[in-house]
Write a protein that binds this ligand. Sequence first.
Ligand code: NAD
Length: 254
Amino acid sequence: MTPRIERDVTVSWRHQVLFTQNIFDAENAVLRDTLADEPEGGPRKVLLVLDEALAEARPTLVAEIQSYFKAHADVLNLVCAPFVMEGGERTKNSYFHVSEVQSQVDRYHIDRHSYLICVGGGALLDMVGLAAATAHRGIRHVRIPTTTLSQNDSGVGVKNGINAFGKKNFIGTFAPPFAVINDFQMLATLTARDKRNGYVEAIKVACIRDAEFFKAIETDADALAGFEPAAMQRLIHRCAELHMNHIATSGDPF
Ligand SMILES: NC(=O)c1ccc[n+]([C@@H]2O[C@H](COP(=O)([O-])OP(=O)(O)OC[C@H]3O[C@@H](n4cnc5c(N)ncnc54)[C@H](O)[C@@H]3O)[C@@H](O)[C@H]2O)c1
């Protein structure tokens, strides 16, 4: 018999999705409490990548983010101004953007005790997630999704990736983020089309997994068509929950 050593390896992982409003309001402690989870070691270094379309649609956001980190400088250290990058599918079409993020990780000495935060749509989250998963063989990554789809699907999941050789998501990893934080206010600047995009995913998931959820979507149809906040938040929350359940119970999050 061939000599061999074999072990079963069990990996336990806590995957968290938090829901809040106005995450960069200085009074809001959700981000602070999530990042400063260890009292020792001085302020945590944070590098933050921001979706360009969002930054343009909400011109005060960069200043809001900087004020937030200034107010929490006792535990958080934003190493440079938010790094604004083009979002959307184009950002996933070249490895160059992953390198761009990783060069900032290198420049500001972002290590495995620091955080790489991405505030943006699913495409930017996928690209930055890949940069985080592969720099130093994995640094802490926090996702702040800013489209309906990314708040109820892509941002909540454990996958990342970019497109290559004409194929979608050809290069990528399965790497659960340190945390996902959904801020409903981030959706205010979306186009009607991008607000609706996430509904489609919710309907798909409801069809597959949850008849009650499907009925609730039908009941809320007019409110959803009118982008009423309460109806949108119900849809996002339940869809994200179904995704989380699947990740947690399907047997293999990786
Ligand atoms: N990782 C996963 O598990 C997973 C699952 C599903 C989909 N995805 C990926 O998600 C991507 C699609 O993501 P998406 O639907 O979030 O779209 P997106 O990221 O392409 O964003 C759509 C557009 O909206 C802009 N934008 C983002 N947030 C904004 C805001 N708040 N205000 C104004 N503009 C904003 C973006 O710059 C972009 O131009 C695809 O690449 C898909 O492959 C990943």
